[in-house]
Ligand binder design. Structure first.
Ligand code: UDX
Length: 452
């Protein structure tokens, strides 16, 4: 049993705190926002993450997990302090480190004995070194020894507990191998896949991993656009590619592009780091460009089907950036809502859990109680987030309630032929298109190229 403090009760902090408590450690989670801490003390979660509420309640009841807003309470006795505060995008795409700075200041002000600071927030490469320096200098004056370890997280929202407890790898970066080993011991209880590096390398592994995954998505989306023109089916292309073990099948789902709190922010921050160091990160820029285009193409397709969008009613199925979360940060639905409003369309929307969050930032949208209410009287419906409840919709019912019958399947959930059979003007992403007569347009048959 170790004494662990976690700073920040967002997705990363709360999952880290709850999982370590569940493994038998004594954990205290701190946040500077009193409302979040009050909620947690009542056993309510400030975020939606499957399985987390039960885990938090169980460990709080067992006395292993506590919450506070007081640094004086959380810092002095900790053996490990996990920093999991936000690093939002600044104006130029750079990571804004104000919360990190404040956390470091407060740690330095309250520490009383040897402690290992473990950074779990995604920070620009080099931040760990500068943090370590600040803390070590402050500590020397007070006669206290600090060490800093970078421990990037690779957990996905929606399956964060599973990912935490079943990691592909745990990366620990430090100038002090003993400190890294001490943190490694916290993880050894449930995984052997540990990798110890220096601080900067650990920080870079996080950025490079997220940028690579984002690149896979943008890559398949670019292939999808080419497939649409040439009459190939990107889902089969991805399946064919994915069987090559060097490529791998994951993250090859073409769609409306990536969102969330990590990929857009991290690709932009890595781009910025490269640019301010005199480099031209063309591939990273293209990853973001393609992602934006995926959203814009929806408007183009709707105009092709409906003409002007002024006065047309468009329904959005899903608002969260992906299923199983209420997170709408950088969500495709939010971008689409803004673009469609600018075009003068009336918007109707429904999401199983993200409506409250969306309500706070979207004006002029009619929020509905289910998919069928979204479709009622709509000219077009866009499937934006592939929640399970959107995967087996009663299509005749949906069809009959719509004014025009345009269905844009932004996540390739449905079968194009079946949707046409229902009478929809259906369009997926990177799949053979509808001809005006309802038949599938496939690539023109070409004669085989003569073999030289
Ligand atoms: C991601 C990383 O996966 C995780 O390792 C990191 O720690 C945080 O960022 P998360 O943002 O929770 O996790 O979501 P993820 O499941 O990776 O999906 C990100 C976005 O990509 C979603 O908008 C999703 O819809 C989209 N996506 C994912 C695709 O468009 N196609 C795919 O094939 C996969």
């Amino acid at each position: 049993m170790r004494r662990i403090t976690v700073l920040g009760v967002g997705y990363v902090g709360l999952v880290t705190g709850a999982c370590f408590a569940d493994l038998g450690n004594q954990v205290i989670c701190l946040d500077v926002i009193p409302e979040k801490i009050e909620k947690l003390k009542r056993g309510e979660l400030p975020i939606y993450e499957p399985g987390l509420e039960e885990m938090v309640q169980r460990n709080a009841a067992a006395g292993r997990l506590a919450f506070t807003t007081s640094y004086a309470e959380a810092i002095p006795n900790a053996e490990f302090i996990f920093v999991a505060v936000g690093t939002p995008s600044g104006v130029d795409g750079e990571a804004d480190l104000k919360y990190i700075r404040s956390a470091v200041e407060n740690i330095a002000a309250h520490l009383t004995n040897y402690t290992i600071i473990v950074n779990r927030s995604t920070v620009p490469v080099g931040t760990g070194d500068s943090t370590a320096q600040t803390l070590i200098e402050r500590g020397k004056k007070q006669g206290i020894d600090f060490q800093v370890v970078s421990n990037p997280e690779f957990t996905r929202e929606g399956s964060a507990i599973y990912d935490f407890l079943n990691p592909d790898r745990v990366v620990l970066g430090s100038v002090d191998p003993k400190a890294a080993e001490a943190v490694a011991d916290l993880y050894r209880v449930f995984t052997k896949n540990l990798m110890i590096t220096d601080l900067r390398t650990a920080e870079m592994i996080k950025y490079a991993s997220n940028a690579f995954l984002a690149m896979k998505i943008s890559f398949i989306n670019e292939i999808a656009s080419i497939c649409e023109k040439l009459g190939a089916d990107v889902q089969q292309v991805a399946a064919g590619m994915g069987q090559d073990q060097r490529i791998g099948a994951a993250f090859l789902n073409a769609g409306l592009g990536f969102g969330g709190s990590c990929f857009p922010k991290d690709v932009k921050a890595l781009t910025y780091m490269a640019e301010v160091n005199g480099l031209h990160p063309q591939l990273l820029r293209a990853v973001m460009d393609i992602n934006r285009d995926q959203r814009r193409r929806v408007i183009v397709h709707l105009r092709q089907s409906l003409g002007t969008l002024r006065g047309k009613t468009v329904g959005l199925l899903g608002l969260a950036f992906k299923p199983n979360t209420d997170d709408i940060r950088e969500a495709a639905a939010i971008d689409l809502a803004h673009m469609l409003s600018t075009e003068g369309a009336h918007l109707r929307a429904y999401d199983p859990v993200a409506m409250e969050n969306a309500h706070r930032i979207l004006d002029g949208v009619t929020f509905c109680s289910d998919a069928y209410q979204v479709a009622a009287g709509a000219d077009a419906v866009i499937l934006v987030t592939e929640w399970n409840e959107f995967k087996q919709l009663d299509m005749p019912r949906l069809f009959n309630s719509m004014r025009r019958k345009v269905f844009l399947d932004g996540r390739n959930v449905y079968d194009p032929l079946e949707m046409q059979a229902h009478g929809f003007e259906y369009r997926g992403v990177g799949r053979p298109l509808n001809a005006p007569n309802g038949e599938l347009v496939r690539a023109p048959e070409r004669e085989a190229m003569p073999v030289a």
